[in-house]
Design a protein around this ligand. Structure first.
Ligand SMILES: [Zn+2]
Length: 482
């Protein structure tokens, strides 16, 4: 078998996101493709009947501009919509209203940070534009027939096109996760990939090093990849196919157009569409029914009046400064409720690490009210209630403090008999005894084996029979052993 030559990935993504709006992109139908009867949310405009006039959805445009601003794109002073012609049964008009040469946002980038909060890479964008989604074909019912549901036809759809800056399938997956987090942080979309609210076309070619030369394989575009995991898997599979093809055939026949392919989730396979090598001729032309938009001149859309929320990277860096572990930060970032609680509890003066540990490890089912939770954490923090006990019996504690009107968690703790006693003189005696009984452990500790303190604490706790708080015992022991 021939020696495997090294290759590098060149990956660019076209990510589609449906912004959350009340109505569709160009009509007053509800933007609610789920949970409705087929074709329930349709009208002459989104069904493409002649003689209808599309009117752009201001909220969708506003959200597109917000995304552009978060990415640091240039927001176009003048943009317009264009017709993109193609024929497919789920596209009733025979064309899609999209944006061709004057998108709302040009350029921009998304920085990926490493675990230490340092920039690892910056993925640049070509553009972000706005268009409308197509309907859906339902291949159910009578064999040989398909039915069409136009509830999704005309739903707003943002397209974000990156430059080919991504260099590994794993990085492409993380990039998609990061973009999804950004959409949620900006409150632009839920970006739920399972519901098709976010999906992606993957463009990939590889660079093979041979005899000091770099060979770039033709690009394949894999359409409609619908999970972050599938982005990674499809890239690995397609890159290997390109490599094998090149190994088998030698110099690559020059292709005029890129290959297109589909992702088969069930088979876990990339299906190359060999028949379709002709270039698409979309015959773009400006949408004559929608006047061009100068967003800086429209008060509701003026980018200068947009106030962005704190973006994920800024938050990561702030939390790292607070001393939080990177893993905890990621859990918090994915969970807006906990994120808000974190901020509230911090504002109440509780230590960052305690708050984060608790929020990260508390089950979703426990609906904690921040003020009560703050009290509970304060008691844990000062040692009145042991952290382990509080965690174990959290549901009971929460029930008890929920029922009360006053914030009196300590009282609740007494009722549950989980408030720890701490008899100072008894502890002092016990420490003296333990130190005398355990000379080997004492010597170990003094020789630098600091972990053995846990054993000594345990010995003291046993002697005190529940009348000592572990954290205080440990403190006292450390002083004694200095
Ligand atoms: Zn409609």
């Amino acid at each position: 078998m021939a020696e495997k030559l090294p290759f590098r990935y060149m990956i660019g993504l076209e990510v589609h996101v449906e912004p959350r709006t009340v109505t569709k992109m160009f009509c007053r139908c509800l933007n609610a493709p789920f949970g409705a009867e087929p074709n329930e949310h349709t009208c002459p405009i989104c069904m493409g009947l002649p003689g209808t006039l599309p009117v752009p959805n201001r909220e969708a445009v506003r959200k597109t501009i917000i995304v552009g601003m978060a990415l640091g794109s240039e927001i176009s002073r003048f943009s317009k919509f264009d017709r993109k012609h193609y024929f497919y049964p789920d596209l009733p008009k025979g064309y899609q209203i999209s944006q061709y040469d004057l998108p709302f946002c040009v350029g921009g980038e998304l920085t990926m940070l490493d675990a230490a909060g340092q920039p690892e890479s910056a993925i640049r964008f070509e553009r972000v534009h706005l268009e409308e989604d197509a309907g859906k074909l339902l291949h159910t019912g009578r064999p040989g027939y398909s039915r069409v549901d136009l509830n999704r036809a005309g739903v707003p759809l943002m397209e974000m096109v990156t430059k080919p800056d991504l260099t590994s399938p794993e990085q492409a997956r993380r990039f998609m996760q990061e973009l999804r987090l950004l959409m949620r942080t900006l409150d632009v979309s839920d970006a739920d990939m399972e519901k098709g609210q976010m999906r992606c076309d993957v463009n990939v070619s590889i660079l093979i090093e041979e005899n000091g030369q770099t060979i770039n394989t033709p690009i394949t575009e894999i359409k409609n990849v619908n999970s972050t995991r599938a982005v990674e898997r499809s890239l690995i599979i397609e890159a290997q196919r390109q490599y094998d093809e090149w190994m088998a055939n030698g110099p690559i026949r020059k292709r005029k157009n890129k290959l297109t392919a589909g992702w088969d989730e069930d088979a876990g396979a990339v299906q190359i569409n060999r028949a379709k090598e002709a270039a698409h001729e979309y015959r773009y032309f400006p949408e004559p029914d929608i006047p061009p938009l100068a967003v800086y001149e429209l008060p509701e859309l003026n980018p200068q009046s947009v106030v962005l929320p704190e973006l994920p990277n800024a938050r990561r860096q702030r939390y790292l400064k607070d001393g939080l572990p990177s893993a905890d930060i990621e859990v918090l970032l994915q969970n807006p409720d906990r994120l808000d609680k974190y901020e509230e509890l911090r504002a109440a003066g509780l230590p960052a690490k305690t708050v984060a540990t608790w929020l990260v490890n508390t089950p979703d089912s426990i609906g904690l009210m921040p003020d009560r939770f703050a009290e509970l954490l304060r008691l844990v923090d000062e040692g009145s209630i042991a952290a382990a006990v509080a965690k174990q019996r959290l549901p009971e504690i929460v029930e008890l403090i929920r029922a009360k009107t006053a914030v009196d968690v300590l009282d609740a703790g007494r009722q549950l008999d989980i408030v720890q006693q701490h008899d100072e003189s008894m502890v002092q005696l016990a420490i003296a005894e333990v130190l005398a009984e355990q000379p080997a452990a004492v010597a170990d500790y003094r020789a630098g084996k600091e972990k053995i303190i846990g054993f000594l604490v345990g010995q003291v706790m046993q002697k005190c029979k529940g009348k000592a708080q572990a954290s205080k015992v440990q403190e006292a022991l450390k002083q004694e052993l200095q």
